[in-house]
Ligand binder design. Structure first.
Ligand SMILES: [Mn+2]
Length: 364
């Protein structure tokens, strides 16, 4: 596996030098945070990002995310224009030696939480989602809530430029059902995947967070059956998944181990984190350890090793601990603890399998 760490560029509170000091790290998953959905990522800008990372002797392992314009998701007449832009970005990334793009196909809300600083008993802070809070809210209030808690950090997927046009944005999705959204994804993938194959750029769609419908907006990346449908649109390793354990895992009905066994050959990228169920459609993002949340992280890691996953893996959101001032979910400390734990799990799984093989051979 390649061990990565999400990094938001020069505006990130974490210097790359600190990322490099995490044991076993291979590189970062980068982004151009100033880019709006629909913009072309120019070669010069990508090169600048890449060089700033390589200067610290890290590798740019992939991009997260190249966001998709609402015209593509809603299927308006401008979509071909924006798909052309997306294709150009794929070509430019490939020209710079970048071969992995994480993206999501969610109307308006890329991710949603109702508390970005929920105080845990030990004084640390977690992101928390409570459906009961969302049920009493207008969709536009979600923007206000997230912005009021962002502590001045620019949060991906919550661009103020889009917020300003919120009403118009909601209207864009009028009549967009799950079926329509899925068809629009299919239209997009059928156009871009042949280019990805030619350019050797693997796509990795991120699941819904939380993995159920909110504000009546359609969601099509919630569970195994959704993921299988998406993979069948274009049967190519370039049309792949981001396995985000914390997103899919927020629904207790999603069995991550069986999901990995079913679609493991199409997982192009892994986000590893734990969640703690706190009630019906209510959960918080816990520390990574199995003992801290509701997911069996050992079983998930073992499943990834069992299906032969060798791609890029990164710790997902961490808690805010030790008084760190950072983007909610993206501090250094808890994610560094998380990745060390994951590396420990991985080493244990791989070595126990090897010794089991040796025992088996000795017994033959
Ligand atoms: Mn994720």
């Amino acid at each position: 596996m390649k061990w990565g760490f999400r990094w938001y560029g020069e505006g990130d509170s974490i210097p790359l030098q600190n990322v490099r000091q995490i044991p076993g790290i291979n590189g970062v998953i980068g982004t151009l945070l100033n880019k709006l959905p629909g913009d072309i990522w120019e070669i010069a800008e990508i090169e600048e990002l890449k060089q700033s990372i390589e200067k610290e002797e890290l590798t740019l392992l992939g991009i997260e995310s190249v966001a998709i314009h609402d015209a593509i998701k809603a299927g308006t007449e401008e979509r071909d224009h924006y798909i052309d832009h997306y294709i150009q970005t794929i070509k430019n990334l490939s020209a710079c030696g970048i071969h992995l793009i994480c993206y999501s196909f969610k109307p308006i809300f890329g991710w949603a939480k109702t508390n970005l600083f929920y105080e845990n008993e030990d004084g640390s802070f977690s992101l928390l989602y409570d459906q009961a809070v969302v049920d009493g809210m207008e969709p536009s209030e979600m923007y206000t809530l997230i912005h009021s808690q962002s502590k001045g950090f620019k949060l991906p997927g919550w661009e103020e430029e889009r917020l300003k046009k919120f009403k118009q944005l909601m209207e864009t999705y009028d009549g967009v059902t799950e079926e329509v959204l899925f068809d629009n994804l299919a239209y997009f993938l059928k156009r871009i995947i042949p280019v990805c194959e030619e350019m050797d750029v693997k796509m990795a769609i991120h699941p819904d967070d939380p993995p159920w419908e909110i504000f009546g907006l359609p969601r099509i990346t919630k569970n195994l059956s959704d993921l299988k449908k998406i993979l069948a649109i274009v049967d190519s390793p370039y049309n792949g998944l981001t396995l985000c354990t914390g997103s899919l895992g927020a629904d207790p009905k999603n069995d991550l181990v069986s999901i990995i066994h079913e679609v493991g050959d199409r997982i192009n990228f892994v986000h590893f984190r734990n969640v703690l169920f706190m009630g019906d459609h209510k959960f918080k993002e816990s520390a990574h350890l199995s003992t801290e949340g509701s997911l069996d992280m050992y079983a998930i890691m073992k499943a990834l090793v069992d299906v032969g996953f060798t791609g890029v893996i990164r710790p997902d959101h961490g808690r805010t601990i030790w008084g760190e001032v950072a983007m909610p979910g993206y501090g250094l400390y808890d994610r560094a603890l998380g990745i060390s734990y994951l590396q420990g799990l991985h080493e244990a799984v791989v070595k126990s399998q090897r010794s089991a093989e040796i025992d088996q051979k000795a017994g033959e």
